[in-house]
Design a protein around this ligand. Structure first.
Ligand code: ZN
Ligand code: ZN
Length: 438
């Protein structure tokens, strides 16, 4: 056997941590996006999409150099034009960049925006975690009113309701203070951890100076034990932060949201102030007890200013869509089927095929969902495809019908068919749909 034949080429697979969304999955994605648009609109949010690539500096400045996201997980590269760019690892900094760049700070406040799209982080792939993943996020810019914090949290629950998920959910909430009170807390935290540093893992020891709040997230048992005795943020909040947080909780009670106060919740991004929160499913069967948040968010009252805009308070949240899709599949949620009747156009012979192209366009223009298999010749194969696609009505155009300007209308369920003049087709279809809908 010649060498070239023996050497089989290895197929190329998608990069680690990425996946294809296949045709059979799209009904779930479509359903989710439809629900997102509905819920976001009902809370007054308007859609925005920003580029997938941004200047690396946007994330270094916005998210923070010492965070895992920027320090370890970004896909950064230098372009041929010597620009330092990164695939966006999160959506908030880009949206704020767009808000400033497009003069949206002159719009009535708060400016409420939402986005849906892919994000990229070079993490270790695990259940429900990917290197390319999708997020739905909202940003409400220009108000410090705690009612916005509560509403952003409520929106997550409204989305889950809209999807009719049976699983119950809850939110962990905390306040991490502001410029006035947070520095005092951080220094208390630093001196506490310094006094305990012999008991911390090497990774956490490094975080004492740079990002002590992140020590809370360490899964190491020794570190967890040390963190248990750490100073409590709520004891350090200034009067304003304290009052703000109390009001957020008040509104959550009012909205009937199930929340859990978690004073160790800090989130992985530097830009947060005051309220932070994370969403969790109550039943967690999918990952065998391992809990990853479904999403979260918080207030970021200094980010707009930090990125060069007029200083205004703001708040946002984001939800990972892969895990929501997972829950939808697990619960076999009802995917709204298109209400339109499905028509399948069958053609036989060259003349009929040519004529069918025009009929297809005519029906489509009149908003009738029509499918076809123009590439197939036999009537048997086409009828089979029509049945497989769930068509209610098949239209059959043969040589004779094409010459006589007629068409056969076949009820796919009963098999009953009649020949009608072509110019009456649109009226006939509309009449049949009305009868079926009644
Ligand atoms: Zn540790
Ligand atoms: Zn404060």
């Amino acid at each position: 056997m010649p060498f070239a034949v023996r050497m089989k080429k290895q197929p190329i697979v998608a990069p680690k941590g990425t996946f294809d969304i296949l045709p059979q999955d799209f009904p779930y994605w479509d359903r989710l996006e439809e629900a997102i648009k509905k819920v976001a609109a009902s809370y007054g949010f308007k859609r925005i999409e920003t580029p997938i690539i941004e200047h690396t500096d946007l994330f270094v400045r916005g998210v923070g150099n010492f965070t895992d996201i920027v320090g370890k997980e970004m896909y950064s590269f230098k372009t041929k034009g010597d620009d330092e760019l990164s695939l966006r690892p999160e959506g908030t900094a880009p949206v704020i960049r767009a808000y400033i760049q497009n003069g949206m700070d002159n719009m009535p406040r708060p400016v409420k925006l939402f986005y849906v799209g892919p994000m990229f982080r070079h993490e270790n792939p695990q259940a429900g975690r990917f290197r390319e993943f999708h997020q739905f996020g909202i940003e409400a810019i220009g108000s410090s009113n705690p009612v916005l914090d509560a509403q952003a949290i409520k929106m997550f629950f409204s989305l889950m309701e809209e999807l009719k998920l049976k699983n119950k959910f809850f939110v962990k909430v905390n306040s991490i203070g502001d410029r006035t009170c947070r520095p005092k807390y951080i220094s208390a935290l630093k001196s506490y951890y310094k006094s305990q540093q012999g008991k911390l893992c090497p990774d956490c020891r490094k975080k004492i100076a740079t990002n002590p709040l992140r020590i809370f997230d360490c899964k190491n048992e020794k570190c967890t034990r040390v963190s248990l005795q750490a100073p409590n943020i709520l004891d350090y909040l200034c009067d304003e932060c304290n009052a703000h947080f109390k009001q957020v909780l008040d509104y959550l009670d009012e909205l009937g949201v199930t929340y859990l106060l978690d004073t160790k919740l800090a989130r992985g991004l530097d830009y947060y102030t005051k309220t932070v929160f994370e969403f969790y499913p109550e039943a967690n069967s999918a990952e065998g007890g391992k809990t990853n948040a479904l999403g979260g968010g918080g207030r970021y009252d200094y980010l707009v200013e930090l990125l060069g805009g007029k200083p205004v308070p703001a708040l946002g949240m984001a939800i990972g869509l892969e895990r929501i899709i997972g829950l939808m599949k697990q619960e076999k949620v009802k995917l709204a089927m298109p209400k339109e009747e499905r028509v399948f156009l069958i053609q036989l012979g060259d003349m009929a095929r040519k004529k069918s192209l025009g009929i297809f366009e005519e029906l489509r223009k009149n908003k009738i969902m029509v499918e076809e298999a123009f590439s197939k010749d036999s009537i048997k194969a086409q009828l089979k495809t029509a049945a497989k696609n769930g068509a209610n009505i098949a239209l059959i155009l043969g040589q004779k019908e094409a010459i006589d300007d007629n068409i056969i209308v076949r009820d796919m369920q009963s098999g009953i068919q009649e020949t009608i003049p072509l110019h009456k087709l649109l009226g006939e279809l509309k009449k049949r749909f009305k009868e079926q809908a009644a």
